[in-house]
Every structure is written in C-alpha cells, then in structure tokens.
Design a binder for this molecule. Structure first.
Ligand SMILES: Cc1ncc(COP(=O)(O)O)c(C=O)c1O
Length: 402
C-alpha cells in the first residue's frame, strides 16, 4: 500500500497521472534556444493578416442571428461542404455533442462510435453525461475505418422491444487522430452511408481535420462529405483560427442544433471577431496544409533513416500532418519526449544552438508529433537534427552503462 503511494507520488512528480499515462505538459516555460512545438495543431496563433481581419470584422448579436461575419462564415462553410446549412460553435467537442444531441433526440437512443475515436475517448463521455445517449463501440482499424460486418452487427433491430436502446447514429472520424492522421477511404465512407441508409440511421463525421483529408486525397471536401449527413469541422487546428468549429448538415438539423448550442452555453454574442478568423481559415489556409503533410513525411523518413536505428514508423500511414511512431523498447516514449523537450548536455556545442522539440507520448506506447502552420521546413530540419542528437546520446549512454 505504502509503496503504491510512493509510486503514485513519483509518477505525479514526473507529470504522469495515476494510470501511468503522460499528462499533457505545458509549453516550455524557460525556453533555451529554438522551440519547435509539435504537440498539436491546436497551438497555432493567428498571424498579422488574421488579426487584422478580426479587428476589422463587422459584428452583431449572433444569438439574434445578426452577426454578419458569423452569417457569412456559416454560408461559406455550407457552400464548401455542399450542406444545406452550417452553425458556428465554440469548439469541436461542443460541435460533436450537439450533433449527437440532435441525431439522438429520444431517451434510449444509441450511437455507434469508434473505440478509439476522439468522441469516445477525449470528450469526457459528454454524449452520456450531458446528452443521455448510450454508446456502443466499433473496433477502430489501423486506417481509422471499421469492419463493415462488425459495424452492421452493432445495429440493434429490436425497437420497440423495451429491453433495448434504439440505434440512431454512426459516427466516423476523418482524419483519425489516434491512428495518426489517417484518411478514411472514400469507398469505406460510401459503404458506411449505404449501410446507414439501409437501416434508416444517420452518419456524423467528426471532421475536425477533414480539410487535411481532402488535401491528402486531392478532392473537394464535399466529395468526402456527400457520404455523411452532418459534419463537424474545426477551424482552430491546422487551419489556424484561434477559436471555433463549424457544424454543418440539413437545415432542420441545424435549426435544432441552434437550440442545443444555446442550452450548452455556446450562444456567443459578437462572435464575428472569431468568425472573421474562421473565414480566413476556410478560404485561405486550406492549400497550405499540403506543406504540413510534406514536413510530416520528411520527419517520418528521417526517423526511419536515423542511425542508430531506434524508431519504427509506417510511412504509408503518414498521410497528413500527424506522425505516430514507436521506439525501441529500451527507450520509453516519455523519456524520448523529455529529452527532445530539454536542451541536453553538449547540445549547443554539437548543434550550434539549443533546440527544444515538444511532442507527446501517445496511445499504444507511441509518440505523436503534429505539423501545423507554426512549423516551417527549417523547423522540421531542426527537429530532425535534435532527434538524431537525442538518439546518438541515448546510444552512447547505453554503451557507457554496459
Ligand atoms: C478528432 C478531433 N475531434 C474533436 C476534437 C475537439 O476539438 P476541440 O478541442 O475544439 O474541442 C479534437 C481536438 O483535438 C480532435 O482531434
């Protein structure tokens, strides 16, 4: 008992929670040299043009539907996604929750969701605790998709038998975060939609990064979204807006979503200041995602080429801006991330400067690194040099210790 307590204190002091998983560390407070922040694409800051657009935005009371900038953003999003209507909401989490609330409106409704989806893992079970919706999970395959037979087996057919919940909704995630930014194949989406149509279900896409998927597949977002009834698209990730997500779908779905947003406290007043950034995100920041994908691939290839060979990465799985990789078992993800985030002994002499590369230990004993508009090709090269330095130091220390 006592030793368990000491172990927990040790974990807690090192930034771990009591499940042994790493807590998200804050940004380096005392930066020593260049910081390359690969923790998430949510760390982006609006640049001068976006800030100017925000400061000049026309605004009104959006709860009264009178904010011209919000209205314009919603129209741009609806047109771009070829959906009837769209709604500006504060976050991806709220957007997904609203979608679940609208699709599953009756007590006893159930949704099928990926076991490794953001909605299921990282949204605090909001669909259960706030919307009162029951979830059943489908196994997430390496590419973020589901086995269609398994998916079909999860659909309940017993309504109105009072013993069972009633299946209403299938949720998919594109790109898939935990699986390392994987892009859902269009054929998979088409098949999911056909299945949903057969059983009268709705399909919601957590498309927080669907623009990355569209860029990677070289298609318009509407080519992807034709297979879904509704979508949630984050503006505040790779697209660089400081805040905001758009939820899009049929007009009657969005009318109900407006009510849910208000109930959740997401009715923002002069939100045009944020919508102005959102407009720029959708209209001007999509093409540059290609650069993030290129930088991510460059880093992934450098991991593979690293001498000593400490890293494993599936290059075919590096499709967008997220790289998930594994290390040799003797090098733990948290130790690697700690070393990448600190300026090590002899580093300034060896590299000409201190480089702090921030990334997270991640699911399944892996490490996740995410590219975004704050990371240039030059930053990527710095991250590579640091990774090589950390790898060679680690090996030297291991040899010395033998
Ligand atoms: C796939 C996915 N969905 C939803 C969200 C939630 O977005 P937000 O942080 O805006 O609530 C995230 C956030 O990282 C995400 O990666």
């Amino acid at each position: 008992m006592f030793s368990k307590y000491l172990f927990l204190v040790f974990l807690s002091a090192r930034g771990y929670n009591n499940n042994g998983k790493h807590r998200y560390p804050g940004p380096a407070t005392a930066a020593r040299g260049r910081v390359v922040d690969l923790r998430s694409d949510t760390v982006t800051k609006p640049g001068p043009a976006m800030r100017q657009a925000m400061s000049e935005a026309e605004v009104g009371d959006d709860v009264m539907k009178e904010d011209p900038s919000v209205n314009e953003l919603q129209q741009i999003a609806a047109d771009m996604f070829r959906m009837e209507a769209a709604l500006f909401v504060p976050s991806g989490t709220m957007s997904n929750l609203i979608a679940v609330m609208v699709h599953c409106r009756e007590r006893g409704d159930e949704m099928i969701v990926g076991d490794l989806s953001h909605l299921h893992i990282y949204e605090q079970g909001g669909s259960a605790q706030i919307a009162g919706v029951h979830s059943t999970t489908a196994t997430t395959l390496p590419d973020g998709a589901f086995d269609l037979e398994e998916l079909e087996s999860k659909i309940r057919h017993d309504y109105p038998d009072p013993h069972y919940p009633r299946t209403r909704l299938i949720c998919v995630e594109n790109t898939h975060n935990v699986k390392g930014g994987r892009v859902l194949p269009l054929t998979f989406l088409q098949e999911v939609r056909a299945l949903a149509d057969r059983y009268g279900l709705s399909v919601h896409m957590d498309g927080a990064r669907v623009m990355n998927a569209a860029v990677a597949q070289r298609v318009a977002p509407s080519t992807i979204l034709q297979h879904t009834h509704t979508v949630s698209v984050c503006l505040s990730k790779g697209l660089g807006a400081p805040v905001g997500t758009v939820l899009a779908g049929p007009r009657d779905f969005i009318s109900k979503a407006v009510r849910c947003r208000k109930a959740l406290g997401g009715g923002m007043r002069q939100a045009g200041i944020l919508a102005a950034a959102g407009k720029m995100a959708l209209l001007e920041m999509v093409e540059r995602l290609e650069e993030d994908h290129r930088n991510a691939k460059t880093f992934a290839q450098a991991l593979l080429d690293c001498d000593p060979p400490l890293f494993a990465v599936d290059m075919a799985a590096v499709e967008t801006n997220i790289v998930r990789f594994h290390l040799q078992p003797s090098f733990s993800p948290s130790e690697f991330c700690d070393r990448m985030g600190q300026v090590g002994e002899g580093e300034e002499a060896a590299l000409g400067q201190g480089i702090q590369v921030l990334m997270y230990p991640y699911f399944g004993n892996s490490v996740r690194a995410v590219w975004h508009l704050g990371i240039s090709p030059e930053d990527t090269q710095l991250a590579i040099r640091k990774m090589q330095f950390v790898a060679s130091q680690f090996l030297k220390e291991k040899v010395r210790a033998q």
